[in-house]
Design a protein around this ligand. Structure first.
Ligand code: NDP
Ligand code: GDR
Length: 327
């Protein structure tokens, strides 16, 4: 039997690296679409480099997507590439729209042209709920995005639904709530905190500057969430699913646990800096994972407290390794 073949856009990102690992463990051939840059950014997939095939392409360039699909003929495509940082989307709204919104159309159109039998996953986001209309949020909750990123994701979501309905594509959209890991980018609040905690503990930093400590998020572990992406594409019918833990915690609570893990009190180190506040914030983000649990039989394995400890321990190990390298 021939192996299933998946193409992942955004394979160099947090989710891309976990999804590639997971698909390889399921016997897939994995092709990763990577955009050209003057420095390679393969840090998160360095350990997979002899196992995955890399193809050059960019969500801003439809011809490169058609070429990549035609050359590698995947059976499944996971669209994880995006300008994914909410704060940056306020400063670069047009680039965010080009990549995170129109990029989805380019990829769907490439699939329609090359092989409409390809199964497609779109990385939608809880940011689409923004100024929330109900708590908790589920698949039928109306959207009210609060950032150019959220607006772009709403477009990406609806164009996925539209191609499913117009061209009968097996296209599913996963409305994922925040998911974190030791591979999270350093600009996101969880990793900023755990990296800061490890740095302060090792005496390399005195304070940690943060924005709104009262923001609430439904945080899970990225390794758990990529399984839900795959499960969606194994269903007979394409559909949309909310993927989340159903619990919500504040940034303050994350700080308490992260500093507490190394016996420190966050109040001694955290300083509030207005630069990290956003022009508009989302309200109480907490999802209802009932549908994903029932239909996909999906569940989380890592708790909030274990996620925080895992990330602090990983940053401590990382920084200790770097310090050893310097000595
Ligand atoms: P990351 O920011 O870690 O990764 C984004 C990826 O997109 C990188 O591989 C980046 O490549 C790539 N990329 C950016 N622009 C382009 C482009 N023009 N062409 C091709 N590739 C591009 O994101 P995550 O892994 O955290 O998230 C994955 C997806 O899931 C994103 O779409 C995000 O918006 C969405 N999402 C994430 C959630 C989360 O909590 N993590 C929650 C809900 C949705 P490079 O390495 O070159 O920069
Ligand atoms: P988010 O993640 O915007 O939810 O988007 P982020 O970690 O950036 O912010 C979470 C909350 O923390 C508050 N916050 C800070 N945020 C950052 N980055 N830096 C700070 O210093 C800071 N202080 C407080 C923010 O105001 C916010 O309320 C993530 C991304 O992965 C998106 O791509 C994804 O779609 C959503 O999660 C679901």
């Amino acid at each position: 039997m021939t192996k299933p073949r998946a193409l992942i856009t955004g394979i160099t990102g947090q989710d891309g690296s976990y999804l590639a690992e997971f698909l390889l463990s399921q016997g897939y051939e994995v092709v990763g679409l990577v955009r050209r840059s003057s420095m390679v950014s393969f840090e998160r997939i360095a350990h997979l480099q002899d196992k995955v095939t890399i193809v050059s392409g960019d969500l801003l360039d439809e011809a490169s997507l058609i070429e990549a699909l035609g050359q590698h003929r995947p059976t499944e495509v996971y669209n994880l590439a995006a300008q994914s940082f909410v704060q940056t989307s306020f400063g670069q709204p047009v680039l965010t729209g080009e990549t995170t919104a129109l990029g989805v159309t380019r990829l769907l159109d490439a699939i329609r042209i090359v092989d409409p039998a390809i199964r497609f996953y779109q990385a939608s986001s809880s940011e689409m709920f923004g100024k929330v209309r109900e708590v908790p949020q589920c698949e039928t909750t109306p959207f009210h995005p609060r950032s150019p990123y959220g607006v772009a994701k709403v477009y990406g979501h609806w164009i996925t639904v539209n191609y499913r309905e117009s061209y009968n594509l097996h296209a599913s959209s996963g409305i994922l709530f925040n998911h974190e890991s030791p591979r999270r980018g350093l600009e996101f609040v969880t990793r900023k905190i755990t990296h800061g905690v490890a740095s302060i503990y090792l005496g390399r930093q005195d304070t940690l500057r943060l924005g709104n400590l009262d923001s609430m998020r439904d945080w899970g572990f990225a390794g758990d969430y990529v399984k839900a992406m795959w499960l969606m594409l194994q269903q007979d019918e394409p559909d949309d699913y909310v993927v989340c833990t159903g619990e919500t915690h504040s940034v303050r609570e994350f700080c308490e646990l992260a500093f507490g893990h190394l016996n420190m009190n966050y109040k001694d180190y955290v300083q509030i800096d207005k630069a990290f506040f956003r022009p508009a914030e989302v309200d109480l983000l907490v999802g209802d994972p009932k549908k994903a649990k029932k239909i996909l039989d999906w569940h989380t394995e890592v708790s909030f407290a274990d996620l925080v400890s895992m990330m602090v321990d990983a940053d401590l190990e990382l920084l200790q390794g770097k310090l050893k390298g310097l000595s």
